[in-house]
Design a binder for this molecule. Structure first.
Ligand code: HPA
Length: 237
């Protein structure tokens, strides 16, 4: 049955899904990395596809930007389509010289200024963490591919244009590796729904050095990240 935001019928979405923010990235992933991909939704331009990777059925769908948008799609994918393993593939801003431009970050945990997890957790501070099985599968997939990855906390911000003047100082003070906008929402929903999630990111811009990748460059680093996410899902099975 279609939901308010996804027009797929039951069985059209795989139990494992990649979640880029950008719906056109979802289309690119389906066309470039999956075999026999077929579109299952396009409501509000939020494209979703199902295909296979090395014979493993897998879907890919955009989430839009930020926890509110991503939460709608993630919740419906889990509750109405039975999705069990969700891997966000996105970009982030680097917060430390230890995590340079173009490097890959595996978000073992996600801090946030969003209130969604507090709302779920009686006003207390919920530790939004990655699924350990997916995380360790991603680490071994990175080792097998000779890819250097950074593992640690990220900050999922409600604001791209952050009004908090000393936000960078606060993040750096707790050794947070990178800033993005969805991971804490994904991890909170996954915990509440009893499913598994991981967030894999590439550093597209750097808040310390001021560097940014060009869109051409992003395609290359993005490819490494997608391959890593797919191999992690395969190894985790
Ligand atoms: N802030 C928030 N989200 C991001 C950033 C950033 O600097 N870069 C990529 N995603």
């Amino acid at each position: 049955m279609p939901t308010p935001h996804i027009s797929a019928t039951e069985g059209e979405i795989a139990e494992a899904i990649l979640l880029p923010g950008d719906p056109l990235r979802a289309k690119f992933i389906a066309e470039t990395f999956l075999d026999n991909s077929v579109g299952f939704t396009g409501v509000r331009g939020m494209l979703g596809f199902t295909g296979s990777y090395k014979d493993m059925p897998i879907s890919v769908m955009g989430t839009g930007m930020g926890i509110p948008s991503a939460s709608i799609y993630i919740t419906e994918l889990i509750r109405f389509y039975g999705v069990k393993r969700l891997v966000r593939v996105g970009s982030c801003g680097g917060l430390t010289d230890a995590v340079p431009l173009r490097s890959i970050v595996l978000a073992s945990g996600a801090c946030t200024d969003s209130g969604v997890n507090r709302a779920r957790y009686g006003g207390w501070d919920f530790a939004a963490t990655a699924d350990y099985g997916l995380l360790s599968a991603a680490v071994s997939a990175a080792e097998a591919a000779g890819l250097d990855v950074h593992i640690g906390n990220v900050h999922s911000s409600d604001s791209f244009y952050n009004p908090v003047e000393n936000a960078l100082e606060i993040w750096q003070g707790m050794n947070v590796l990178a800033v993005e906008m969805e991971a804490a929402g994904l991890y909170g929903i996954a915990a509440a729904e009893g499913v598994r999630a991981l967030c894999v990111l590439t550093v597209s811009d750097h808040l310390v050095t001021g560097e940014a990748t060009s869109s051409d460059e992003r395609e290359g680093t993005f490819g490494d990240m997608v391959n890593l996410a797919l191999e992690a899902l395969l190894k985790d099975k």
